[in-house]
Design a protein around this ligand. Structure first.
Ligand SMILES: Cc1cc2nc3c(=O)[nH]c(=O)nc-3n(C[C@H](O)[C@H](O)[C@H](O)COP(=O)(O)O)c2cc1C
Length: 355
């Protein structure tokens, strides 16, 4: 018997029960085979071990760690968080412990929990990014890297700097030549054409894309006649951005052949299923974790329940099911698809040739 959930008539089906029912939740993201499509978004799950007491992080598709930069960063001045009607603004400014402490303190803890680890890295220039990757590439337990090309809250090396297709392509080619680990490029939505950036990343040799990071937003404190954030603007996340992020994700899916990971306002299983329906191969849970610390586990349970109810064999039977694959505008923006190198060896050859 399925239990009725406390918050409505959605049934709760624990994932292990779904597994017993023979559901195949595994997805392929380039060279990665993830046990399921539910990932936690960078910066919203700390370095991963902080949540081990509320959920089994080894059961997630992967944990994406807080973005690490070449040197530790203190982040932006307060206030760094502001709540809005349907989401939150943040201007954390990539506060992080830096690569040394990440490697010696944070990574071993997360590794010991059995999590699939995707390390998020960010830097001000392509050269810095290459050096940072070289520092971390040999670390045991890192299955892949998500490259943060999209932080809206830093003066240098943020979303604006990386919103140049040729720069992205060359940077990814440089990174590709240095590692066989999965490379996932995380894109900003605040650009004229996500499709152009997506194609550039594919050409550079990215294994996958994450679409999308936060949208630039602002809120005003009327009493003090100031922005509610220490830095005037911040990144908007949560339910407010879901329809926007879904459209951007769908645009990226239409533009490339490599897998796209959906992110933006996913609060529950149904939100996740919408992203998967437009063709995202996996999804990330971000702000929802601040509302409900077990949110990612719940999203996974709800996806499994939905698939089981429809007698589907697994999640791959749901990915890309949208009858109308992308909006006409998205298809126009996507333009003709260029063929991407398919095998890992071909990607390495292409990356070497691009350098
Ligand atoms: C407090 C906070 C910190 C974040 N820090 C990072 C970060 O360090 N690196 C990154 O790539 N994205 C960061 N993000 C963006 C999230 O990973 C995610 O892409 C975004 O919040 C959209 O998803 P959501 O609406 O589900 O939260 C952060 C978001 C929030 C709310």
């Amino acid at each position: 018997m399925r239990r009725a959930s406390r918050n409505g008539n959605r049934p709760e089906v624990p994932v292990d029960r779904a597994a017993k029912a023979g559901l195949d939740l595994a997805v392929r993201i380039g060279p990665l085979r993830l046990a399921n499509p539910v990932l936690v978004a960078s910066g919203t799950f700390g370095y991963g071990d902080e949540y081990a007491h509320v959920l089994d992080v080894a059961r997630l598709g992967a944990v994406i760690t807080k973005t690490v930069t070449p040197k530790p960063r203190a982040g932006n001045p307060p206030a760094r968080i502001a709540e809005t009607a349907a989401g939150m603004l943040n201007s954390i400014g990539l506060e992080n412990v830096g690569p040394e402490r990440f490697r010696s303190e944070k990574l071993p803890k997360l590794r010991s929990l059995g999590a699939t680890i995707i390390a998020s890295i960010g830097a001000d220039t392509p050269e810095e990014l290459e050096r940072l990757l070289a520092q971390l590439a040999g670390e045991p337990g890192i299955a892949g890297f998500e490259i943060n090309f999209s932080c809206p809250n830093v003066a240098k090396g943020g979303a604006r700097y990386w919103a140049v297709p040729r720069r992205l392509e060359r940077t990814l080619a440089g990174l590709r030549a240095r590692t066989r680990a999965a490379l996932i490029a995380k894109l900003s939505p605040d650009v004229t054409s996500v499709a152009d950036l997506a194609r550039a990343c594919e050409q550079g040799g990215a294994d996958a894309l994450t679409a999308v990071n936060t949208f630039v937003g602002m809120a005003v404190d009327l009493g003090h006649r100031r922005s509610r954030l220490g830095r005037a603007t911040g990144g908007l996340s949560g339910p407010a951005i879901k329809p926007l992020a879904l459209a951007k994700c769908s645009e990226a899916v239409a533009a490339v052949r490599i897998p796209v990971i959906g992110s933006g306002g996913i609060m529950n299983g149904r939100d996740a299923l919408e992203f998967l329906a437009v063709g995202a191969r996996a999804i990330q849970v971000g702000t929802a974790t601040f509302v409900r610390p077990r949110a990612a586990a719940q999203v996974l349970e709800e996806i499994a329940a939905f698939l089981a109810e429809r007698n589907l064999a697994g999640v791959n039977d749901w990915i890309g099911v949208l009858r109308q694959p992308a909006s006409p505008a998205a298809l126009r923006a996507a333009g003709p698809r260029r063929s991407a190198p398919r095998t890992s060896a071909a990607r390495h050859r292409a990356a070497r040739a691009a350098r």
